[in-house]
Write a protein that binds this ligand. Structure first.
Ligand code: HEC
Ligand code: HEC
Length: 368
């Protein structure tokens, strides 16, 4: 991949600032800090907590843990079972994931990439404040890996290989919960997606087809309110308003929002905070790699991007958002109009967000 050579290597420590610090650890045991290899013309600078700077050893250790089934109660399931690289780290096209006991959860598995720029809340409802805490939740969840952290610590502490790696990464003799979480955090933060066709177009290395260009305009334009004025030759006249919530280079918004889905009994953010105003709001997902992460929404209710677009084009039904008093989404859904060819154009633009490098990069793959 010659084009990749044009990508500059970003040494994380160049971007140190007040609370977003990426500094070389002062502990002498650790070797080179981890270097990101994405273009700073397409994605923001690294955003890493100062108390867990990424090192090659820490990232590599986290990668082993991520793919190691010893983390689950019966040693059959690893994180990667429900977060498969070739699906942008989601669960193989399934709406719900199956835990080791054959029971299913009630939410769709989430992609893992560009997490360093997420809001400080993980899961659809943001109930984990920080990634290193999030990582320990599925291990103990009875409908996921159904293991105790105590048992996992006993297993890694009895492995000479893991002990050696934790020593190299964190300079510890005895592994505890903190380093376990930090190792997961390092690996997951190292996973970056910024080499899609969209990115190559930004860098002047590729160009959109006419259809993709129309899709981009529709994505980035306000919806019209007067359908009479629609000029079918001019897509700017009837944008789909996607950019308000999925705009910028990350294609997400760092907020919990409602997009007007009908109620399925899941209160989302409200369930985590207990605040009525948060009911029916969910973490606003990134649309990068969306082609690879079907089915869609927190409960995987839509199988295709065409179905998702049809949902945004349909009037509000008996929706959760009404309960959460979301008038903006109401106005939006009542006013979007897209012709068949413009729906296709929007889908073709969304598919330019697929990053084949993410799906195949060896640095993120199974090390075993
Ligand atoms: C049985 C399937 C399953 C396993 C195993 C699993 N996950 Fe998940 N993961 C999910 C589901 C489902 C969600 C969404 C859950 C929710 O919102 O309540 C999720 C959410 C996440 C998120 C949140 C992403 C975001 O944008 O907020 C991260 C990070 C994550 N998992 C990492 C891990 C790690 C690390 C492991 C291993 C320790 C793991 N997962 C094991 C199914 C699984
Ligand atoms: C008001 C903010 C808002 C607007 C406008 C909006 N979205 Fe969303 N979108 C969301 C939220 C919030 C979710 C997650 C909803 C959930 O699962 O409960 C979401 C989910 C999605 C998903 C599923 C993502 C996944 O990982 O499952 C897709 C695809 C999507 N939106 C595409 C679009 C497109 C295309 C448009 C323009 C037609 C659009 N969105 C407009 C807020 C918005």
């Amino acid at each position: 991949m010659k084009k990749f050579l044009l990508f500059i290597s970003i040494v994380a420590s160049l971007y140190a600032c007040k609370d977003v610090v990426n500094e070389i650890p002062d502990t002498p045991f650790s070797s080179a800090p981890y270097s990101f290899t994405y273009s700073d013309a397409v994605l923001p600078p690294p955003r890493i907590a100062s108390d867990n700077p990424l090192t090659n050893e820490g990232v590599q250790l986290g990668r082993m843990l991520f793919y190691d089934p010893i983390l689950s109660g019966d040693s059959t399931q690893s994180c990667a079972s429900c977060h498969n690289q070739k699906n942008a780290f989601t669960d193989n096209g399934k709406p719900f994931s199956e835990g080791i006991n054959g029971t299913f959860g009630t939410r769709n598995s989430m992609p893992i990439f560009n997490l360093m720029w997420h809001l400080d809340g993980f899961f659809w409802d943001g109930r984990a404040d920080i990634l290193r805490h999030q990582a320990l939740v599925p291990i103990e969840d009875p409908i996921e890996m159904d293991e105790t952290i105590g048992n996992v610590l006993a297993k890694v502490n009895s492995s000479a290989n893991y002990k050696d790696q934790f020593k190299k990464a964190f300079n510890v003799e005895e592994i505890d919960e903190e380093q376990l979480g930090k190792a997961f955090e390092q690996f997951m933060l190292s996973i970056v997606s910024g080499n899609s066709k969209f990115d190559k177009v930004q860098l002047g290395l590729a160009s959109f087809t006419d259809q993709e260009k129309v899709g981009q305009i529709i994505f980035n334009s306000e919806a019209v309110t007067l359908q009479d004025e629609i000029d079918s030759q001019n897509p700017i006249n009837y944008g789909a308003d996607c950019f308000h919530c999925h705009g910028n280079s990350l294609f997400m918004r760092r907020e919990y929002l409602s997009n007007g889905l009908s109620d399925n009994g899941d209160k989302g953010r409200g369930g985590a905070t207990g605040i009525a105003d948060d009911d029916c709001k969910f973490k606003t997902p990134s649309l990068r790699n969306i082609e690879k992460t079907a089915p869609y929404m927190h409960d995987g209710r839509f199988n295709t991007l065409e179905e998702v677009i049809q949902f945004y084009l349909s009037p509000m039904d008996n929706s959760c958002a009404d309960l959460a008093n979301s008038p903006n989404m109401h106005a939006l859904k009542d006013s979007i109009y897209l012709s068949e060819s413009n729906k296709e154009a929007l889908v073709s633009f969304l598919k330019t967000l697929t990053d084949e490098t993410l799906l195949t990069d060896e640095r993120y793959s199974n090390p075993f």
